[in-house]
Design a binder for this molecule. Structure first.
Ligand code: ADP
Ligand code: MG
Length: 377
């Protein structure tokens, strides 16, 4: 698409979660309507959008009905089948292209793609049978991580292999096959880059950020990452290389490891808004969600500029969700809630952002103190 989508046009978003919700809110500010495809009544994205198609992602009738409501289609959820993607793409412009989603949906395709465009990753091997797992472990060594190739998130569908005895139970538990074995990266930190790319080739990337996980779920993002300038630059170059190799139109997050020696390795890519980019709503003139919508709608891309340093903390599960009254009463905590009615364990219910003057991001203790009632015990 070269012409910009006119005001009041409808952007279709596949998926009804918080990433769709915040994308739809950014779209509304730019004068667009959103149509959400989701199987979930009263979804976080549906609550703030002009229309909802209630249906399964694999149901051709639902996909067709959804597409016919839209002028252009994008995603907050990547796991639509190849047939589903083709059906959507036959009816409307789809950004990012189905080929991009096919790479990010499958950890084997993803790792092969990354290595193929010169981006380093952990050592890895596809695993179809137990004999292949033993051979892969003999080559890659222990510790290692065995993962399902599809539908994993927040650490689901993974097993850590520390000792030879761990192989058989992990292989039995993880389904479907093929699986992927990855060498364990002894990382010094985890970082990510969120970048947008337009159909014109215009490109804008937010500063490299630092991510801290708890129970395999993102807990904190620090912007900018507290890493040497050369490491941040290597991460930026990697993200741009990936976006260009994918011929991306839309938004892309690249999750990376920084090894002890400073080498940057790619972990995974997500061609959509990313949890590690939520801080941009409050710390940047144009957020990751605005850049996502602009790229998809063919609007000019502004610079991904950061006016403040920021800490973003996720509100996960019932315990942190229950702190909401204290959170909204704490000056300086910028609250975001996603409209989910049920606070199940491990579920992302919202997030808070705390801003600092540029260059003023505090150290470990300062970050904890700045989160007030949310400081980790
Ligand atoms: N090869 C690896 N080496 C070290 N840690 C890893 C590796 N793969 C995953 N992890 C850890 O597990 C987390 C989740 O894994 P990831 O592959 O990103 O899956 P998900 O789709 O669940 O985010 C990572 O953020 C990292 O902390
Ligand atoms: Mg991940």
């Amino acid at each position: 698409m070269t012409a910009a989508l006119p005001a009041n046009a409808t952007i279709g978003i596949v998926g009804g979660g918080q990433l769709g919700r915040m994308s739809a809110m950014a779209a509304a500010r730019l004068g667009y309507r959103c149509q959400i495809l989701t199987p979930e009544p009263n979804s976080p994205a549906g609550q703030v959008s002009a229309g909802v198609t209630l249906g399964e992602y694999e149901d051709p009738a639902a996909l067709r009905d959804f597409a016919l409501h839209c002028d252009v289609i994008t995603f907050e959820f990547e796991n639509v089948s190849a047939e589903g993607l083709d059906l959507l793409a036959a009816l409307r412009p789809v950004h990012p292209a189905p080929a991009v989603l096919r790479v990010s949906q499958d950890r084997i395709a993803e790792k092969a793609f990354l290595n193929g465009c010169g981006v380093g990753t952990a050592a890895w091997a596809p695993v179809e049978s137990f004999a292949e797992l033993e051979a892969a472990v003999a080559r890659i060594g222990l510790p290692a991580i065995l993962k399902t190739t599809r539908l994993g998130y927040d650490g689901r569908g993974q097993a850590r292999l520390r000792r030879p005895d761990d192989l058989a139970p992990a292989f039995e538990r993880l389904l479907p096959r093929p699986l992927i074995l990855e060498g364990m990266v002894d990382f010094a930190s985890e970082i990510s880059v969120v970048a947008a790319r337009a159909a014109t080739g215009a490109y804008a990337a937010f500063d490299t950020v630092e991510n801290h996980h708890r129970d395999h779920i993102l807990d904190l993002t620090l912007a900018p990452a507290r890493i040497p300038q050369a490491t941040a630059a290597a991460a930026q170059a990697m993200a741009q290389r990936v976006a260009e190799a994918l011929d991306l139109v839309g938004l892309l997050a690249v999750e990376m490891f920084v090894a002890a020696d400073g080498t940057v390795l790619a972990n995974e890519i997500a061609p959509r808004p990313h949890n590690s980019g939520h801080w941009t709503i409050d710390a940047c003139p144009a957020s990751q969600f605005e850049l996502h919508i602009r790229a998809v709608a063919g609007l000019p891309l502004p610079a991904a500029r950061r006016h403040s340093d920021a800490v973003m903390k996720n509100l996960v599960g019932p315990r942190e969700a229950a702190l909401w009254p204290q959170i909204v009463a704490t000056p300086g905590l910028i609250p975001h809630l996603y409209g989910k009615t049920e606070a199940r364990a491990g579920r992302k219910m919202g997030h808070v952002t705390r801003l600092f003057p540029r260059g003023g991001l505090p150290g470990e203790f300062g970050v904890t103190a700045a989160l007030g009632c949310l400081a980790n015990d």
